[in-house]
Design a protein around this ligand. Structure first.
Ligand code: ASP
Ligand code: MG
Length: 461
């Protein structure tokens, strides 16, 4: 059983859809396809929410844009007039509730988190319809399925960054999917979102279709999960930052998870999570270079000569520094801070403490809210809270990192040779990852210097 995930950068135009379809039709055996939205459509839907909040008149405009984007793709994709007609009818029917949701937002002037999630789910719903119709026209029986209708449920009522209820999905999904597979129909299932226990829509966060695909691979006990992208998988650094970056080839589950967590945008950070403990192999492949092996993510850990497999950075973070003469000794203070932040929806990315300062790395977006939330926290231990939002995190990841002598020294001599000032270091943050914080202006310099140290001279093979 194979699960293939496609979408986003693989669905920019009709040619991309055709390439994607030919990957699917070229395979034999039981297969399920997970799709994310057409490129840019999720952003479009988020903008539609914002403009509906401004004025009701914006709703027809947004609807026209969304409809046109998909109908013109349908028009280009299908050859037979009758199928075109059917598909555009199907698209029109599909977006009816979307229009109602947007008018609802305009009318009430409110968009709750679950209504937002519901609105943005339409990108995937529409992409699934397009792909299934294209496959059918090419002679492969296919059926578009909405995740919320096939039992992709979440564990609680969180509307974004939701977590899939793996056990329930594994119990329910196969009974819906297997009969389709038995009659050689390819199910084309929406990624990105599921249904909460109360029946609302929740997303798995931006890029959540990778995670959704992994959830389905788990539920169906797939032996392979292929995640198709418009690039060659993981690299030794972000190629946009460093054109000389090299493909990483193979990564362990944990390396891929840490790299995604610390900023590699290529994979949703929770993608490997459902498959830990399974033998499913994960491949990340390039739609535009299908012959290249891409990245294989496997259970086996492999320690390479030079340990580090990739250097990654994240500029979407901020540092909250909680100062007080004895914060390091005040028991329970981290818990209190954590509770306060959690109840304000601020996710703590990392914590480093000393006797006089607690440093929290948080999402840049959440930083101001975090600062506010901590403003009136227990005055006797906390003197003040500062926010530094011109920082970036740089991480190195590789199996064997914690047990190999001299890696941290090499990382920091490399950055200091470039006169980059390191604000904070967390070496051995896990068995396989170390990170440090620099001024945002120094991100590129820091990544380049570390990359040069590990990848430019000695072969890292
Ligand atoms: N379409 C969603 C997004 O843009 C989910 C995904 O791409 O995986 O975030
Ligand atoms: Mg995406």
């Amino acid at each position: 059983m194979k699960v293939m995930k496609l979408g986003g950068g693989c669905f920019r135009d009709a040619d991309h859809f055709r390439r994607s379809a030919s990957l699917i039709t070229g395979r034999r055996g039981r297969m399920l396809v997970v799709v994310s939205a057409v490129y840019g459509v999720t952003d479009l839907l988020y903008r539609a929410i914002d403009s509906a909040l401004v004025s009701e008149q914006q709703v027809p405009r947004s609807m026209l844009e969304i409809r046109t984007r998909h109908i013109s793709l349908a028009d280009e994709l299908l050859a037979v007039a009758k199928s075109k007609q059917c598909l555009s009818h199907e698209i029109d029917k599909k977006v009816e509730p979307l229009e109602r949701l947007l008018f609802g937002i305009a009318y009430t002037g409110e968009a709750s988190a679950s209504v937002r999630a519901h609105v943005v789910s339409y990108g995937e719903r529409l992409a699934a319809i397009l792909m299934a119709a294209l496959l059918r026209e090419q002679g492969t029986d296919a059926q578009a399925l909405d995740a919320d209708a096939v039992g992709v449920v979440t564990i609680d009522e969180l509307s974004d960054n939701a977590t899939a209820d793996l056990a329930t999905i594994r119990r329910v999904l196969p009974s819906i999917i297997n009969p389709l597979l038995d009659r050689k129909t390819v199910p084309v299932v929406t990624g990105y979102f599921g249904r909460t226990p109360a029946g609302r829509i929740a997303t798995f966060g931006r890029n959540g279709s990778d995670y959704a695909a992994s959830v389905l691979a788990y539920a169906l006990e797939a032996d392979t999960l292929e995640i198709w992208k418009d690039v060659n998988g993981f690299m030794s650094a972000d190629p946009k930052l460093l054109p000389g970056a090299q493909p990483t080839g193979r990564l362990s589950f944990y390396e891929a998870a840490e790299l995604s967590y610390f900023g590699a945008k290529i994979l949703h950070p929770r993608t490997v999570e459902p498959l830990v403990g399974m033998t499913t192999a994960i491949y990340m492949r390039n739609l535009f270079d299908p012959a290249s092996p891409g990245t294989e993510i496997t259970v086996q850990a492999e320690v390479r000569n030079d340990v580090i497999k990739s250097v990654t950075s994240n500029e979407d973070i901020a540092l909250l520094r909680i100062h007080g003469p004895g914060v390091g000794f005040k028991s329970g203070i981290i818990g209190a801070i954590g509770d306060r932040l959690a109840s304000n929806g601020v996710n703590i990315f990392s914590v480093l403490t000393s006797q006089t300062c607690i440093n929290l790395l948080v999402d840049k977006e959440d930083a101001a809210r975090g600062l506010n939330a901590l403003a009136d926290l227990d005055g006797d231990a906390i003197e003040r809270v500062d926010l530094e939002d011109d920082v970036a995190l740089v991480a190195v990841v590789g199996e064997g990192l914690r047990h190999t002598q001299g890696i941290a020294a090499r990382v920091f001599s490399a950055v200091s040779r470039e006169q980059v000032n390191v604000h904070m270091i967390a070496s051995g943050a896990s068995e396989i990852a170390s990170y440090f914080v620099v001024s945002r202006a120094d991100t590129e310099k820091a990544v380049r210097s570390v990359h040069r140290e590990f990848f430019d001279n000695v072969g890292n093979g």
